[in-house]
Design a protein around this ligand. Structure first.
Ligand SMILES: *Cc1c(COP(=O)(O)O)cnc(C)c1O
Length: 632
């Protein structure tokens, strides 16, 4: 037997493929984070836990690495800067961060701060997001792109913000908004910065493809675009049309889809110029992917291109179209959200228990007195070998069915049925061990691994912390953060705390396929910690209160230049009282009701007074606790 090494763990969990240089395994067998990139200082994720627990931060816990945000923001800007220099492109790069991807205050503040040297702006898609952007974005020259449905108050607020020295661009997402913007800006006497969103006919790819195509919710058709230009001309406001925008959807997995959309969009852009408009900003939207599974393919949880290739294609497409038609190179805006923030946060939870299907190696032998079907099952268990796995499997399935019928008809008692269950289980396990050694797994036996997987119960809610795994079957890298010097001998799936049978992680990343089980270590009495990575984009805000599991605690971690780990912001998760208030339960009323009922029971002599007091104390204390469990 070969001994297990850290390298084996790194290969098994494919850390290098999805880690983007931020995650790895250190000599202690722990996951380490290098938030400034592979050559920067490292943080031991496992050793960080006691430090955080000292601050009262219990699991599950969301750890946000500020330096990863900085590195990603800088990385995108640098990729474009490189292409622009290499291709002698005459416009500039001016990225904006779409707030909807993760609106957490500390994160948006960090993006503004780390993005300032690159003049990174913000994008908002609603009134609340506009209010966030107006308060936070103070970078001179940074753009504030205003998308989404707009009413009068939205437009007025954005226009007035110009007086503060901000540069809000009102993007006309639907034709009727143009009229609103023209009217309000006349009334206020402020000339607006106007953008138009183009509706592309190029169909996009991937799970979020509906953002483009003729039936998409937003964007002006060619006819509306022409009408918009004519209207603005008539209003003597054509010079206000400064930007053209398009967005083909999120997590675009294939570079081809970007190229096709760019080709169409560039034609519209030069078309606007041909009609006399002079937009000098071209906003290519979001959609820049994240390689969640590390396979570098066009699979939905991956992407088949790099950020640099994307930058090259964006710049060269625009340059080509403009040079052909004599249009000046516009400044390029991206609204890449996922790509900036997905990597920065990690969810860590502990395992509360395991349900193992495993039973003793050798089942109790069958005797003459056992029912025929039990004797036959024992015989099959005994004779299973590498030579006949499929034949053995067919016999097993048949006998199990037969036993079921016999039990239903009253020919087998409960004890005999229990024997059948155990023998079947033992045979399946023996078969699985045989199958794992085969060079090629027969198709019919492929599911055996999943059927026999252990269930690890994790202290988290999938609906709260990784809703896209549920809604879209999106994959996230999942792995234990310690014991990586040891071979993980079990294979399991991870169930969450909710009572929902969907509340589990049952699909895992793989380079070629999707894995149905994850290699995990056998529990040894000590806490066992598992982390879900790359959950920084969309997961927090799409999460819901299924079973009233609320927000987890969160914390921001940074390394200083000397490599010292700094804990910056501690964000308390929801208390039980808070989630109850959210669904309209007044906690004081709840306490009063329980107290009343307890008092009545005491009066009737059914509940001793001390127990009534204990119950109330427990009840009140629970209201102040987090919604998750403590291991004990
Ligand atoms: C959601 C959205 C984005 C962000 O897309 P990512 O794929 O996360 O980069 C950008 N622009 C618009 C208009 C959006 O609706």
């Amino acid at each position: 037997m070969k001994t297990w090494s850290l390298k084996d763990s790194a290969e098994l969990y494919q850390v290098a493929s999805w880690g983007a240089g931020f995650f790895g395994i250190n000599a202690s067998g722990h996951v380490q984070v290098t938030p400034r990139g592979p050559d920067g200082p490292a943080i031991d994720l496992y050793d960080l836990l006691p430090t955080l627990q000292e601050r009262g931060l219990r699991l599950p816990l969301l750890v946000r690495f500020s330096d990863i945000v900085a590195t990603r923001v800088r990385g995108l800007s640098k990729a474009f800067a490189k292409t622009i220099a290499d291709y002698a492109y005459e416009g500039r790069f001016r990225g904006v961060y779409p707030i909807k991807v993760n609106q957490q205050r500390h994160l948006v503040e960090e993006i503004v701060k780390y993005g300032a040297p690159h003049r990174i702006g913000l994008e908002c898609g609603s009134k609340p997001e506009l209010l966030i952007a107006l308060a936070l974005l103070d970078t001179p020259g940074a753009l504030l792109v205003c998308n989404g449905y707009k009413d009068r108050a939205y437009v007025e607020t954005a226009l007035l913000a110009q007086r503060l020295g901000r540069t809000p661009i009102l993007v006309i997402d639907r034709y009727p908004e143009l009229d609103l913007v023209v009217r309000v800006s006349r009334e206020l006497g402020i000339r607006p910065h106007i953008g138009v969103r183009a509706r592309l006919t190029t169909r996009s790819v991937g799970k979020w493809a509906d953002s483009s195509g003729e039936r998409s919710k937003f964007g002006l058709s060619a006819a509306e675009m022409v009408e918009a230009v004519d209207r603005l001309k008539a209003e003597k406001m054509l010079d206000c049309l400064e930007l053209m925008h398009f967005h083909i959807g999120s997590q675009i997995t294939a570079i081809r889809a970007h190229k096709d959309a760019l080709r169409e969009a560039c034609r519209i852009f030069v078309g606007l110029h041909a009609m006399g408009a002079r937009p000098s900003l071209l906003d290519v939207g979001g959609g820049l992917g994240v390689d969640y599974d590390g396979s570098q393919t066009n699979f939905h949880s991956s992407m088949n291109y790099t950020v640099q290739e994307y930058a090259n294609d964006v710049v060269s497409s625009i340059q080509e179209a403009c040079d052909e038609t004599g249009v000046p190179h516009p400044d390029i805006i991206t609204e890449a959200g996922r790509s900036m923030v997905a990597h920065h946060s990690v969810l860590i939870f502990d395992v509360l228990g395991v349900s193992e299907l495993r039973i003793a190696e050798a089942p109790e032998p069958a005797t003459e007195d056992d029912p025929r079907v039990v004797q036959d099952l024992y015989e099959i268990w005994n004779s299973l070998s590498r030579k006949n796995p499929l034949e053995g499997w067919h016999d097993l399935v048949q006998l199990k069915e037969e036993a079921g019928t016999l039990f239903a008809l009253g020919y087998l008692d409960l004890r005999a049925r229990a024997r059948v269950e155990k023998l079947y289980q033992a045979a399946c396990e023996k078969l699985l061990r045989i199958v794992r050694e085969l060079p090629q797994v027969p198709e019919e036996l492929a599911d055996l691994e999943k059927t026999l997987a252990d269930t690890y119960y994790g202290n988290f809610s999938m609906f709260q912390s990784m809703p896209d795994h549920w809604g879209f079957k999106q994959l996230f890298p999942v792995m234990p953060i310690h014991r990586l010097e040891q071979e993980p001998t079990r294979r399991g799936i991870i169930a969450d705390l909710t009572c929902d049978s969907d509340g589990k992680i049952g699909e895992f990343i793989d380079q070629h396929d999707v894995r149905k089980t994850l290699e995990l270590h056998a529990l040894n009495g000590a806490p066992y910690y598992i982390a879900v990575f790359l959950v920084g984009a969309y997961q927090e805000i799409l999460g819901d209160l299924h079973n009233l599991f609320g927000d987890t605690h969160a914390v921001h971690v940074r390394v200083d230049d000397a490599g010292k780990t700094l804990i910056e912001h501690v964000v308390q998760g929801d208390k039980v009282r808070e989630v109850l208030d959210y669904v309209e339960y007044d906690h004081a009323e709840l306490i009063a009701k329980v107290a009343e009922t307890a008092e009545a029971a005491v009066e009737r002599g059914e509940l001793p007074r001390e127990e009534a007091q204990l119950l109330l104390k427990r009840y009140q204390a629970s209201l102040e606790e987090t919604t998750y469990l403590s291991r004990e």
